[in-house]
Design a protein around this ligand. Sequence first.
Ligand code: MF3
Ligand code: CO
Length: 264
Amino acid sequence: MIVRNEQQMKSITKAAQVAATVLDRMCAMVAPGMNTYDLDQSGRRFIDELGGESACYKYQVGSRIYPAYTCLSVNNEVVHGIGSIDRVLKEGDIISVDVCTRYNGYIGDNCRTVAVGRVEPEVERLLEVTEESMYAGIKAARRGNRVGKISNAVQRVVEKAGFSVIRDFVGHGVGKSLHEEPQIPNFGRPGNGPKLREGAVLCIEPMVNMGRHAVKMSDDGWTALTADGSASAHFEHTVIVTDDGPEILSVPQGKEAPELALKD
Ligand code: MF3
Ligand code: CO
């Protein structure tokens, strides 16, 4: 687990602010009739305007190269959905907007699932519970706790609500690269994993299915889908472990961070 000095902290904060600003702007555009290619292209422009770069575009896993600027995952798509002109959002859909940007050599990563118009009450609950589980995880990101404390806090909230936590994708440390140590599963025992140290920067990101936790890969080689076709939600913040507890970095500049104490 890498810990950051003051200068690095400032740089990561700036990168996370850029990612958060882009996320806010993209979520504000979500509406019935919009296609996900145009939404991705808007993301690309916002990132550009703010002087950043997409950390997804051309991201390479083996021989596969990610073709889009943000990850846009609709309904039963779990993560890493690729914007498409044929994917037109309609009332009742949900869409996970995942934005990771590089700024001045550092990366910020955040995600939110939003409703397209009115959605079924059970889908609304899926979004609320997933967000709540993220905040439970963030609150557990305290110096001296083990990573498993975050994992366990997330899992409890999700399973109590009758939903399931994805096993195949996990949260992660972040810094000069998108995925750094430690891995942060969204399930597990509080005593497992490395101890959190002050200055560690973490992406805490529960991915939650309404049905079973299993996922499968789509034919495009990137998009993860729920195996049972159920809806899936995803919330993510970039967080730093400080002396005084967790601090959320993925907040647009000048905007107040969500009050963790009130997130009970
Ligand atoms: N925020 C996503 C993640 O942490 C970004 C992935 S980039 C992609 O996995 F290229 F894999 F999509
Ligand atoms: Co991430």
